[in-house]
Design a protein around this ligand. Structure first.
Ligand SMILES: [Zn+2]
Ligand SMILES: [Zn+2]
Length: 594
């Protein structure tokens, strides 16, 4: 064998490939899993609090353990341990609320989590990109809001369940995907939920562990002006805010405070001829606030910023990322951008008011009705805060012109075709729709619809009226009455079935009364039980202290009970006095005080 190898000689090394057996350098390991954040660069980007909850779940620990053992571990803290526990408490009570926003705490946490996971894009799970242009307060909601349908869909499709950043913004009240109002209370325990708690799990109520998703659509708020309870503004706000979040990672430069001043100045010059008061009226922002923005002394609150952008027909992204503005006419007319002029009912209409009224009416007359639906005088007057008759009295010529335009808008064949199509679509739709809603979407009056298509209108109205399922409501109410469980409030029952409280009350007054009475009695009984138990405890503690030779003062008893409020209640104080009396202590001075 050896001879053979030797005979091969140098040839051997040429015949086999060479292996490099040195150990390659390992890239640095991350302390925690490198959990990729969801949806960066999309309107549905994840929130930092949601990410922390997911990160905890990925490690099979609670957020409490993740925070205590990894993110804020005691050994990393300086100062006494007691301070550390105080800091932890403050975190859960106060700071966890601000993690998705623009606060220094948010920045600290992003940095800490980035170093623990080696993900370098966690900034976009917060609003930190906009920290220079949006005020810190009023940016985030006080408690969590979510779309039940989104949760349910993700779960059904075996996708990751998470909390988008958009849902945590103040002023965003609907889900972009489902166009339904966000839910703010747990359907099971009726409580509002904090963004992050020590036991938060994405998609579940941390208080009662109930699953928060639901396949049921939005609650139909019967009797509300808009059936889904969602206005054009809310849709717009959700959409443009989503676009703002989506654009954050691709912004070349972070928007600066100066940008707000530049944009306000541009609007001032272009639309208000340098008159700050006029721009304040047009934009719905206060004079002082505009002045501060112009001089870079303050930045807008997020919700005010959205409203200002809406009034000026510009998206927040454009406002923050471009220096020029397109003319208002290009953007199209929107009835909701008509400013409020009236200074309140019964207030005298001044010369100045009439002047502004005329400006608005002239602007409305300039609307290109080939492109945009023409508004009625009624609508415009209402937006300005006046009766149509007041507007007619002060500006007869312009009012007449608007009414004429509006009336003739629907006469043309092609437009009548559009109206008919809309009515037929509404009838064919699986969900019954009110005529008022169809009219609103089409931006025409219901009377015009009745005039041209009475049969279709009648069919829609009948179908809408018949949508209530009385039998189902009654059955549910009887079920509740028959069950032994604690009675739910009518308000909650109504909400659960998708109706308003008054509606259910109006249809089944007797059943509702029975439920309320039983609920009241039950609560009363429980209250009495609670008080009786408390009194018993107070007596026991007082006897116990006495037996040890200690005077059972209010402070000592409270201390023993671990509840400083117990003895403050009337029943608690009475129980304590009785116990003292029974033990032979003087109580006259105590009774005088009460
Ligand atoms: Zn949704
Ligand atoms: Zn709950």
């Amino acid at each position: 064998m050896r001879d053979e190898i030797e005979s091969l000689g140098d040839d051997l090394w040429g015949r086999y490939e060479e292996w490099d057996v040195s150990i390659p350098p390992l890239p640095p390991r991350s302390r925690l899993y490198r959990l990729e954040p969801i949806g960066i660069g999309t309107p549905y980007v994840e929130s930092l609090t949601g990410y922390i909850a997911r990160l905890a779940e990925a490690h099979c620990v609670t957020p409490k353990d993740l925070v205590m053992l990894e993110i804020m571990p005691p050994q990393s803290q300086t100062g006494p341990l007691l301070n550390y526990y105080n800091r932890l408490c403050t975190f859960w009570i106060k700071n966890a609320l601000t993690l998705n926003g623009v606060s220094p705490i948010a920045r600290q946490w992003v940095e800490r989590l980035e170093s623990l996971t080696t993900c370098n894009n966690l900034t976009f799970l917060t609003m930190l990109t906009f920290h220079e242009v949006i005020a810190l307060s009023r940016l985030l909601r006080q408690s969590k809001a979510w779309c039940s349908q989104c949760y349910e869909e993700w779960r059904q499709a075996h996708q990751v369940v998470y909390d988008p950043l958009l849902w945590s913004l103040n002023g965003i009240d609907i889900c972009l995907r489902h166009r339904q109002p966000l839910v703010t209370r747990c359907p099971s325990c009726q409580k509002t939920l904090p963004f992050l708690t020590q036991t938060t799990r994405p998609g579940y109520c941390p208080r009662c562990t109930h699953w928060l998703g639901s396949r049921k659509g939005p609650l139909n708020m019967v009797g509300q002006s808009d059936e889904s309870g969602v206005s054009t503004y809310q849709h717009w706000a959700a959409e443009v805010s989503g676009n703002l979040l989506a654009a954050a990672p691709s912004l070349a430069v972070l928007p600066s405070k100066k940008q707000i001043a530049i944009k306000v100045k541009a609007f001032l010059d272009q639309h208000a001829a340098g008159n700050v008061r006029k721009l304040a009226r047009l934009s719905g922002v206060g004079f002082d606030a505009l002045w501060h923005y112009l001089h870079q002394e303050s930045v807008p609150y997020f919700d005010s910023f959205l409203k200002m952008c809406f009034a000026l027909s510009i998206t927040p992204l454009e406002f923050l990322s471009t220096t020029t503005i397109s003319s208002l006419k290009d953007v199209g007319f929107n009835i909701e951008s008509v400013p409020t002029i009236s200074r309140g009912q019964r207030k005298h209409v001044t010369e100045d008011d009439v002047q502004r009224m005329r400006q608005v009416l002239e602007a409305v007359l300039a609307v290109d009705d080939q492109v945009d639906p023409f508004p009625s005088l009624n609508d415009v007057a209402k937006r300005m805060g006046f009766d149509a008759s007041t507007v007619r009295r002060h500006c007869p010529d312009l009012s007449k012109a608007i009414s004429w335009h509006y009336k003739n808008h629907w006469v043309e064949e092609s437009r009548l075709g559009v109206m008919k199509q809309a009515l037929e679509d509404a009838l064919a739709h699986s969900e019954p729709e009110s005529l008022a809603n169809v009219a609103r979407k089409l931006r025409c009056s219901t009377s015009s619809m009745w005039k041209y298509f009475p049969d279709l209108c009648r069919a829609i109205v009948t179908r809408y009226r018949e949508r209530f399922d009385d039998a189902l409501i009654e059955q549910r109410l009887r079920e509740v009455l028959a069950s032994d469980a604690e009675n739910t409030a009518i308000q909650e029952l109504a909400r659960e079935m998708g109706y308003k409280r008054q509606f259910v009350l109006g249809r089944f007054p007797d059943l509702c009364k029975q439920i309320s009475r039983r609920r009241y009695a039950e609560r009363r009984r429980r209250r009495e039980e609670r008080i009786a138990l408390l009194c018993k405890e107070i007596r026991q503690v007082a006897y116990h202290l006495h037996s040890q030779g200690i005077y059972p003062s209010a402070r000592r008893v409270s201390q023993e009970l671990g509840d400083s409020h117990a003895i403050l209640s009337e029943a608690g104080r009475d129980a304590w006095c009785q116990a003292l009396e029974a033990l032979g202590y003087p109580t006259v001075h105590l009774k005088k005080n009460t």
